[in-house]
Design a protein around this ligand. Structure first.
Ligand code: SF4
Length: 368
């Protein structure tokens, strides 16, 4: 039994902060620069900002936010497609709340809803199945976004639809996988990293073994951590220890939740219904085999195949979310940050999402 209260205990947190800073100073003495780590997951970004860890460590450890916010990396064309679909008669569109305010080319789902389109915010994809059952004369389309944490629930949803033999239900899949995007980031050389804080939630599903390629092929360490202050700081401490001992390794600092092989039942469920395909990432472009889509035998539930939607290339804006999700710039380097773009008037998804880097900086790291 794990005592979760310990993971946010103030005295322990303060001691760990000082311990991390001590090791970071040693690193700087030895290498003549501050260590650079990337937190892959948007929930880690938000937790590190909210707890003040990012601000407290800013002179000693450079923490870069990575591409792990699903709303932020969903391409604009998917939003435009959803708005177009919502305009179809007899259609109910279902989505997670964060997607409502993401600006598309000319509108947002929120605006479309205020104009009378039937768009519903749901908390679980299974809620959209219930809506389809209750509305047999309407087409229900669910915008399926997410990383490996959410993907098994999408597969479960397809199983449910299949079991219930629903013919008025489909998913617009735009899911993302962590391994291909980390490979792309490392191959691009855009950012030089001394290690990764790896996402505890994704790791529950994929297992520690998924990340061995980081150490074996790219010579970069990673530590899987949870989301509480003590867990995050322990992860950073371990990354610094590895650096100072000149070791490269993948460590699991979340062993009470994450196993080596992950959740094999969830993995099996995913492989039954979904298969890899080339996925487009906002700001990054197409990454081969970086997403999962419905297998051909389930194409009847694939909204991209069921409806004929043609989307124009999105117009260019000054939003720099694409660079933010690659860790190439910080939100403060975008001219719109806290000027044209705020949480009440977001220009890009990184300011909309509850896991977005711009939102995290605006709420918790902005100099007022
Ligand atoms: Fe985009 Fe706004 Fe972030 Fe700038 S501050 S990158 S406009 S979301």
């Amino acid at each position: 039994m794990v005592n979760m209260e310990l993971f946010s205990e103030p005295t322990l947190t303060r001691e760990l902060v000082e311990a991390v800073i001590d090791l970071a100073k040693k690193f700087k003495e030895e290498k003549g620069r501050v260590p650079v780590f990337m937190e892959v997951c948007g929930s880690h970004t938000m937790a590190l900002a909210k707890t003040g860890i990012k601000t407290r460590l800013k002179d000693d450890v450079h923490l870069i936010a990575g591409p792990g916010c699903p709303v932020c990396v969903t391409e604009q064309k998917s939003i435009d497609a959803m708005i177009q679909l919502a305009e179809e008669p007899n259609t109910i569109l279902c989505t997670f709340g964060d997607m409502m305010r993401v600006p598309g080319s000319a509108s947002s789902l929120m605006k479309a809803k205020t104009e009378g389109k039937d768009i519903r915010v749901i908390y679980s994809p299974l809620d959209s199945v219930k809506i389809a059952e209750e509305n047999p004369h309407k087409e229900v389309v669910f915008l399926g976004i997410g990383f490996e944490t959410t993907i098994p629930i999408l597969a479960l949803t397809v199983r449910e639809v299949e079991r219930k033999q629903l013919t008025n239900y489909s998913i617009w899949m735009t899911t993302k996988l962590v391994e291909p995007v980390l490979r792309t980031l490392l191959q691009s050389g855009d950012v030089k990293l001394d290690g990764f804080l790896l996402p505890g939630n994704v790791s529950v599903v994929v297992g520690k073994q998924t990340y061995h390629f980081l150490a074996d092929e790219y010579g970069v360490s990673g530590v899987i951590t949870g989301f509480e202050p003590v867990e995050l700081l322990s992860g950073l401490y371990k990354l610094l220890q590895l650096q100072l001992e000149n070791k490269i390794s993948i460590l699991n600092a979340y062993p009470y939740v994450v196993s080596d092989k992950g959740n094999e039942v969830a993995q099996q469920l995913v492989h039954t219904y979904l298969e890899t395909h080339d996925e487009v990432w906002r700001g990054i472009g197409t990454i081969p085999n970086s997403g999962l889509d419905l297998k051909e035998q389930y194409a009847k539930y694939d909204a991209k195949k069921k409806f004929s939607i043609s989307i124009k290339e999105p117009r260019k804006t000054k939003c720099r979310c694409g660079e933010i999700v690659r860790g190439a710039i910080t939100p403060e380097q975008c001219v719109l940050f806290n000027k044209g773009c705020t949480p009440t008037n977001p220009i890009g998804p990184c300011m909309v999402s509850t896991e977005g880097t711009c939102a995290a900086h605006y709420q918790f790291m902005r100099e007022v």
